[in-house]
Design a protein. Structure first.
Length: 174
């Protein structure tokens, strides 16, 4: 079992899965692991909070996403403390288990600009800062987009026997 950072371990736990509830997954008293709470994402962007534990970020921050997000330095999920994001890679069923299906708890549609497609690879990348803006391509929903500062290091993960395995460092894009 992954050892949780103290701030993430202090989060409420979803009883069915026994997982800490990420700050951006709480929606008016209910939990939806598949959809981001847009107001909380904006709160993370404006106040420089970890998307996982909801506490202020430190000097180093990390982003998790697929190879395209890494290359383009464009993310819809907020950054977090490197230890919180590593815990998310290890614990999030959508990331950790190859065939896990991402479903909204309310059965609703996925907003424009988001995907539920399973990633084939995952990249955990560390940087110092980010800019954020509103994505103009999300229809009526205003979605926050994060643009990280140039990355300092990155680690790639890929599915092996149905489970996400760390493959090691990857080159930083120019």
């Amino acid at each position: 079992m992954t050892e949780l950072p103290a701030a993430l371990a202090a989060r409420p736990v979803e009883p069915r899965r026994g997982l800490p509830i990420p700050y951006v997954s709480e929606h008016d008293g209910r939990v939806d692991f598949a959809m981001l709470n847009g107001q909380r994402v904006l709160d993370c962007a404006q106040r420089r909070l970890c998307g996982q534990c909801g506490t202020p970020l430190d000097y180093w921050i990390a982003f998790v996403g697929g190879p395209a997000a890494y290359r383009q330095r464009t993310y819809s999920d907020p950054p977090g403390h490197p230890a919180c994001m590593r815990a998310a890679v290890d614990l999030c069923p959508y990331l950790a288990i190859e065939r896990h299906q991402r479903r909204r708890s309310d059965g609703g549609d996925v907003p424009c600009g988001f995907t539920v497609a399973q990633l084939r690879q995952v990249v955990l990348a560390t940087t110092r800062g980010y800019r954020w803006s509103f994505d103009s391509d999300t229809g009526s929903e205003r979605a926050v987009v994060f643009t990280p500062a140039p990355f300092k290091n990155a680690v790639r993960f890929e599915y092996r026997d149905g489970v996400l395995a760390e493959l090691g460092p990857i080159p930083i894009p120019g």
